[in-house]
Design a protein around this ligand. Sequence first.
Ligand SMILES: [Zn+2]
Length: 235
Amino acid sequence: MDGKLTGPHCEHCHDKGYIAVVQDGCIVHRDCECMAGRRSMQRIEKSGLKSLLDRYTFDAYETPEPWQQNAKELAMRFLDDHERKWFVASGVPGSGKTHICTAICGAFMERGMETRYMLWRSDSTRLKAVINDPDEYGALIDPLKAVKVLYIDDFWKAGRDEKGKLKITAADVNLAFDLLNDRYNDPKKVTIISTELLIPDILDVDVAVGSRIYERGKEYCLRIRGDEKNWRLRA
Ligand SMILES: [Zn+2]
């Protein structure tokens, strides 16, 4: 009889989430290998990425323009080439950055890789609020450091002052360094960043943060400039 778990159908456990194996002459239940993906999916559901995952797939990514074909090819190549490498999608709003990054996350989750979604503006606000409480801060940031695949959406999203200078605070820089340096130090961890900033902008704000993003992201960096047009508005 099939189990009741929702999500992609699993041939091994028939959606029960466990399989029976014989161990020392006894039958014991063991987690099926599909459970890593299911747990990741549960976390994604909680994080709000679920609605994006259904919509923002590789199949649904339209590529009428050569740069969009390039973007898709780059992202698909990254799926099998991400050791010591990060994926960085930078550029103007509405250029499909979130779509391509979400499609990457979906593909990793289908492979059972634990994935977390961080929306910089809201999650960084919560983290900065507890920065002086090591226990609370650790409880929030440790999972983001530890997870196999982390997608940081709208990194360093900030306003600009009247002179056009980015309003990124020392607390934003410290938080970014704490998180990114930790992930930088483990070449097996996969980090995906979408941002309206270009890497030179990030380097202008902080060299330590910018240089890590540059070093890991230089091979898989999408730069979608305004002159490539905001294709979402063209339809
Ligand atoms: Zn299974």
